[in-house]
Design a protein around this ligand. Sequence first.
Ligand SMILES: Nc1ncnc2c1ncn2[C@@H]1O[C@H](COP(=O)(O)OP(=O)(O)OP(=O)(O)O)[C@@H](O)[C@H]1O
Length: 543
Amino acid sequence: MIPITMKRRKIAVAAGFCLSFFLGTLMNLLFIPGFEHHQNHADRVHRFYHEQQQRVVDGTKLHVRDSDAAAAVDVNGEPTTSSRQRLDLQLQIQERYDEVLRYRQQQSPWSGTGNPVRPLERRRLMDLAQRNNWELSKGTEKTNNQYTDSHHRLSPAASLYTKSRRDFAVNTRIVNGTPMLGCSSIDNVTDVQYLGSGYTKAVYKAALNSSLSVALKSVDFGGHDMENCVKKYGSTGDCYRLASFKIVKEMTLMERLQHPNILKLFGYCYQDSNDIRDTVTAITELGSPLEMIQLLQTSWEERFRICLSLVRLLHYLAHSPLGSVTLLDFRPRQFVLVQGELKVTDLDDASAEETPCSSPADCVMEFPARNFTLPCSRGRCSGMNEKRNLYNAYRFFFTYLLPHSAPPALRPLLDKIVNSTGELIWGIDETLVQLEKVLHLYRNGLYLQNNTQPHRADYKRVVDASITGENYRCWPSYQHEGCMLSVFNIHEAIGVCESHAQCQAFVMTNQTTWTGHQLVFFKTGSASLSPAPGKVTFVRVSS
Ligand SMILES: Nc1ncnc2c1ncn2[C@@H]1O[C@H](COP(=O)(O)OP(=O)(O)OP(=O)(O)O)[C@@H](O)[C@H]1O
């Protein structure tokens, strides 16, 4: 039997513990100074315990049940393991919530105002941060979904129209001048296909109105993040809230960071799913996952485009409205291709905070092959966000994609770009200048070496004609069946034809690449020459 006074004390302590957490949350929501956002997580846990010990509160006011109170503290009035874990999880949710609010409101040192949080969004964010879903941890979720597969047990993106949901009239929401899609837009999606998943999210492709294809991103209930969290904390509801903040953060950054190489956010939908209120689904631009092996087989021009897109993106991130943004998880899988352009899709690990420091020893960037020490200036590691991005771009992209099979005249400049980024000699500004220079040289045919040797063969020019068959394979062809390469002009095409033993003719198509180069089909003969308006064929007449 526990003496009645002790029981009361426990109730009071537990209530204090709850109130303390509630007040902490409230202080953060109201931005009361003194409640540090950047506090170390462990310190914060500590502080909450300390505070709850000091408070004496009437438990009945907070409706703390005896059973809850008893579960929250042990016989010595100390928090039990389960209450510690619960608090730990709540604090993680709170931290993610704080981070999202910071990004919503943050101004860069040089730009205008941040985006104020609209009342509806604030309410939903608060809801996400505060709602207590302990009862959801009892494993009551349903799995009656048509898109369930063995790997991805159930994902809200895949269960859009099987659950009740709240459409917060998001169709009327305008972001950066564009109306946002909402739940009603994805009511009748068709052709839903699983695209991929990572640690936290599952991504599906879907067609809206049988026309626009989009990506639907939601928390993967069967993913590692959810599984590990539920194993540790036992609460599906709260683990969901924790994970969903990654999507909310990503959506926030997609709204605040507007650039052609950042995937567009088309909208979002909050709906009930798996017995969890307001599960979030982001509706974004659709891309195709980056396959490095496949990229190595494409033309230099396409690979250069990817590097240039990346450098343009990193230049924007270094000077973004939120300050210098770094992609902490910088792997090729965080990017997708949209019509040949590289776009970043996974922004949940992006950070606009420069690492705090007291000396350069705190500013060591460690990579598998080498380390860099950056200066510590005014309490922050100088340029660390930008440099981290740049070195990652070098090690994951430039070394593989830039020099390999480049036009020989561009090799010295490309080698310099690779070396200077690999040594972090250049910053992103200089790197961008140099890559734009490569583009200028390539686009204007300035990479073509002055070849004083005359062409060995003569060619007969046939206007509005093409050769249908007589294909041969070459690398890196734009077309699987035949040899289709891009050239700056007719002279380059003749040079290519003469360098291929099989080539007896070529067809200048009316298609161009992203740099304006013309696509040319190289052929083994001209027996199947036939009329084709707009195309010009050159047939070798002597050798
Ligand atoms: N818009 C998109 N279009 C096509 N595929 C996408 C899109 N967004 C994401 N993907 C694919 O889905 C995968 C998972 O998405 P995402 O990276 O956002 O999830 P995650 O859980 O954060 O992953 P990670 O463990 O890498 O952090 C990606 O690796 C990518 O291949």
